[in-house]
Design a protein around this ligand. Structure first.
Ligand code: ATP
Ligand code: MG
Length: 266
């Protein structure tokens, strides 16, 4: 049985020169297997803080994340992370960047098999023709495709995406959203997508977790996204449910933004 990923009473405090900053407090969520969840909130509310704890890159102050009944305290190959910036090694070819990850995750395969695996994922994300190219010669969108291939070559159960399209122009962003949607339709990896793009969250996810503003942010609203799948951007443009959900998200974000401003002013 595949169990959910459970985030329980997660609190993260940072020690800063001006005192303790409790960025996230009592954040609770259950992410079901094969679910696509978006984590949405204003800039600085704590989305990356939560995701990096799920990735095992950072420790919760109290509470934590449980996968398969075990608390996460370090990174694991079953949880692949894609950042806003592709972070590819410039001195390696595109293929070798992906091979590095394939080697790490599949040490029992021989070098040829690891290369084949890397190739498979480069082809899957549509950049196989650039396997011998240096990453610096590729556009941002193509580099981000390579970093998605690198994450997939780990063959993870969880795909953790921290604003992966944030640096892209809108047309490239649409292409990569469609790629992620297509990949998810094919094998339904459990996905957590951090974003502050409302339309992106609505287009991709099964559920949006809306975070309150920090400090002490938490899940303020869970919004199931019941829009039909497979999704089509053009069809959604004429879908009344889409606009109802969009309004709900905006109302939440506006309310919390106002509350935050008032608290700051008081
Ligand atoms: N290492 C750190 N030390 C001190 N404060 C930190 C640290 N990392 C994050 N913070 C603070 O914690 C809060 C949440 O930061 P976080 O980066 O998680 O927000 P975010 O929602 O991902 O923002 P954005 O949308 O801009 O990426 C912010 O107030 C930030 O300044
Ligand atoms: Mg962030």
């Amino acid at each position: 049985m595949i169990r959910p990923l459970v985030i329980t009473s997660l609190t993260k405090a940072f020690e800063t020169p001006s005192g303790t900053h409790v960025a996230v407090k009592d954040f609770n969520a259950t992410i079901e297997a094969c679910e696509f969840v978006a984590l949405l909130g204003h800039s600085g509310c704590g989305k990356s803080t939560v995701l990096s704890i799920v990735a095992g890159l950072s420790q919760a102050t109290t509470g934590g994340v449980i996968v398969d009944g075990k608390e996460i305290d370090s990174p694991g190959l079953e949880r692949a992370l894609v950042f806003q910036s592709p972070c590819l090694l410039p001195w390696l070819t595109t293929l070798d960047n992906v091979v590095l990850a394939a080697r790490e995750a599949h040490p029992k395969l021989n070098a040829r098999e690891q290369k084949e695996l890397a190739r498979k994922y480069l082809n899957l994300v549509g950049v196989g023709e650039f396997e011998n190219t240096a990453p610096t010669e590729l556009s941002q969108g193509t580099q981000q495709r390579v970093s998605i291939a690198r994450a997939l070559s780990l063959e993870p159960r969880f795909l953790l995406l921290d604003e992966p399209f944030g640096m892209l122009d809108s047309m490239t962003r649409f292409e990569l959203q469609d790629l992620v949607l297509d990949l998810w339709e094919k094998d339904r990896k459990t996905c957590i997508l951090v974003t502050h793009d409302i339309d992106e969250a609505l287009y991709l996810s099964d559920r949006i977790l809306l975070m309150t503003d920090g400090p002490e942010s938490k899940v303020g609203l869970e919004l199931p996204i019941t829009l039909p799948r497979p999704r089509d951007r053009h069809e959604l443009a004429g879908n009344t449910d889409y606009y109802r959900l969009r309004k709900e998200v905006i109302a939440f974000l506006e309310h919390h933004s106002k509350q935050f401003q008032q608290e700051k002013a008081a």
